[in-house]
Ligand binder design. Structure first.
Ligand code: BTN
Length: 247
């Protein structure tokens, strides 16, 4: 393991871990990590995704968890993953500024798509004590060199879109963007982040299918609300969706 600092962030870098999120939880319990510390791994052998899925984590991609001792109320914690995806999108946009014909979007809740293929995902986990947040672990995986082939939603990677970078370069650009947007969110709330997210939202105001538990619901993706929940218009009624998959 090696420790290095980038601006306000302390990075704990490992060659291999089960999951950077799991390691962050372990280090938090042992009081070994602090606000803005990062657990970074070159690969993971038990990478986890949303909804108990496996996150395929071979070498060559970016896998990290950002530990935040946020003072947010429990209801606001989900907003932090929107802060992160907007920062990640901006970082990839910066790296892609010389690439033609690519469309970088965020897909609800917090996937990053290039030309309709998923290249990154976020798994936000937190510890909440009586309606207040003790800490947040923001786990981010970006497919730089490879992505899985057998997925429900098509996956891609940055290299196939001629975006050249390394895990370390992408992490640093992300952290610069994140710091600015996170501070803006702390000072002014969700409004700017929500607008930035909506400006590049996949299938906004279009027909989508949402899988919530076992049920599939079709509707028009109308908006996201003040907490980041999806607002779906179903037969003229507004339905609020908090946890689901969009296809
Ligand atoms: C998703 O399902 O889209 C979220 C994927 C999150 C993967 C990242 S990789 C780094 C961190 N550690 C994990 O085990 N998962 C997250």
């Amino acid at each position: 393991m090696k420790n290095w600092k980038f601006k306000n962030f302390m990075i704990h870098q490992f060659a291999e871990l089960g999951s950077t999120n799991a390691e962050a939880f372990k280090m938090a319990a042992a009081k070994q990590i602090f606000d803005r510390d990062i657990i970074l791994a070159d690969c993971q052998n038990a990478g986890r995704g949303r909804m108990d899925r496996i996150w395929s984590s071979p070498k060559g991609n970016l896998y990290f968890s950002l530990f935040l001792q946020s003072k947010a109320a429990a209801a606001e914690v989900a907003q932090i993953s929107f802060v992160a995806i907007v920062a990640l999108r901006q970082a990839v946009e910066e790296l892609a500024k010389f690439s033609n014909e690519i469309n970088i979007q965020n897909k609800w809740p917090n996937d990053l798509l290039i030309n309709g293929k998923k290249v990154a995902g976020i798994l936000l986990e937190s510890k909440i004590n009586q309606q207040n947040c003790e800490f947040v672990i923001l786990g981010i995986g970006v497919n730089i060199a490879s992505g899985p082939s057998e997925t429900i939603f098509p996956a891609g990677n940055l290299q196939e879109f001629k975006i050249k970078t390394t895990a370390e370069i992408l992490l640093k650009i992300f952290l610069d963007k994140f710091e600015i947007i996170y501070q803006n969110w702390q000072n002014f709330g969700f409004i700017n982040v929500r607008n930035a997210w909506l400006s590049k939202a996949y299938k906004l105001r279009e027909k989508i299918s949402v899988k919530e538990g076992g049920a599939k619901i079709d509707g028009i993706f109308e908006d996201i609300d003040k907490n980041g929940s999806l607002i779906l218009q179903v037969e003229g009624l507004r339905k609020t969706i908090t946890t689901a998959d969009v296809s």
